[in-house]
Design a protein around this ligand. Sequence first.
Ligand SMILES: [Zn+2]
Length: 287
Amino acid sequence: MERRRFLLTLAAGLAGAAGVRGAAVLGRADPGRSAPPARPVAARPAAAHAPAPARPHGVAGLRAIDPPAGVVSRLPGDGSTLALTIDDGVSTEVVAAFITLARRTGIRLTFFPNGRYRSWTDNATVLRPLVDSGQVALGNHTWSHPDVTTLPDSAVAEEIRRNKEFLWTTFGVRDTPFFRPPYGAHNARTDRIAADQGHPTIALWDGTLGDSRVLTGAEVLAAARQWFTAQRIVIGHANHRAVTTVYDEMLAVISQRDLRTVTLADVWAGPAARLRGAVAAGRAPVG
Ligand SMILES: [Zn+2]
């Protein structure tokens, strides 16, 4: 039990892969945040926190709220949670490594797959139980990763619809509220189309591993040290191997800062998802 809790704390640790343009988009979209406030890196004592019981679904002490219509780029309120979001899935090996990490440590992750990459079907058998348990959440990132702002309405809708169908047929997920536009490129028109397709929440980010391009492990780790702070949504990518070489070091950053990982669905979930979570956790499905 004690060891499990320790692992859950560590679980806050892994970060995702993001598009090559992630950092640039971050800076463009929100210049006020491109240079994050310097938070003290020194870890707070873990003992200051009361132990949280492990649950098979959901996160102890965290009650999901309705997903908002519009853009989110940070977790709401004050807290000590970190949302690691991993995009694309160009590499079957890297996707597999993230899944192994999740199984080994209990870290909670949100994936934004593009169905065009075979990595997701290659790994579906091992990933699906994590999706079923809620440890891994999924969002829609389009089928083939275009800049949707350049496409006509019908093509935007088709990119989203096709990937939504892929998430349903491959992982049994059909009601994720989250759409992450490739490159973070979106506008009122594409947001409306996403909402019409069942994704009212445009899930951006306010921290990045910068690993949509090829980095060294040291560079990925430096980004983790910069961006792994409370209530951030951090973007990473399952595209290049570097991130997989610094998993343990990233987990240590999370642990030292007394953060815990959450999925976006742990934070924002509609009534149907909350009910499923309650059932999975063995709680009475009341209200
Ligand atoms: Zn992407």
